[in-house]
Design a protein around this ligand. Sequence first.
Ligand SMILES: Cc1cc2nc3c(=O)[nH]c(=O)nc-3n(C[C@H](O)[C@H](O)[C@H](O)COP(=O)(O)O)c2cc1C
Length: 205
Amino acid sequence: MHILVLVHSQGGNCLTLAEHAQRGVESVPGMSAQLKRVPELETEEGLRAHPWTGHVYAERIHPLPVARIDDLAHADGLILGSGTRYGGMSAAMKAFLEKASPLWRSNALLGRPAGVMAVASTPHGGVEQAALGMMVQLMHLGMLMVPCGYATPLLQRTGSPYGAMAIAGGAAGHALSKDDLDVAHYLGQQVAEVTLRLGPKQLRA
Ligand SMILES: Cc1cc2nc3c(=O)[nH]c(=O)nc-3n(C[C@H](O)[C@H](O)[C@H](O)COP(=O)(O)O)c2cc1C
């Protein structure tokens, strides 16, 4: 069975979490994961020319496959990740989810498991709202939320009970910690295990 790990990352931090979530999924026998990015709203030239993140875009973001709405319908489970933008998910992630309205109409994603990840540069800069905002949109699509909870001691040090969350990037230049990466891996495992227990998706007409 297959999990789609779908990310919008500009500085590469959320992408790093997504890579670890992908490994977490793949650590569960019988599960595979594919990492894709949502379509960008900014121009290719603008992204490449950005003074701080242009090299990240060229080296790490651009090579990722760009997701289509169909990819959501064909995955047995989903992990979404976004950088925090003004206390919410990125516009690119939100735009992608809004394009999923045909799947909302057909209930194609009803009952499928999903987890969320977010990164912000400051401790009280809205990382939880970004993650919870993604959860709300996924619940409108009928998806089942798979949280981190507190079953792992990692959650005493980083992450959040809602999903994988971290403080990194921005002017202070915080780097992701090993605990942050391990929480992302843990979330991937959790989503994979729940997906496996629920069984293969039922495709709706
Ligand atoms: C337009 C914009 C808005 C941002 N808004 C916030 C914010 O509200 N709170 C915060 O802590 N960081 C904010 N940031 C910083 C990013 O969340 C941070 O750099 C994070 O590491 C981005 O993840 P990424 O490296 O995966 O792109 C903002 C960055 C940009 C470009």
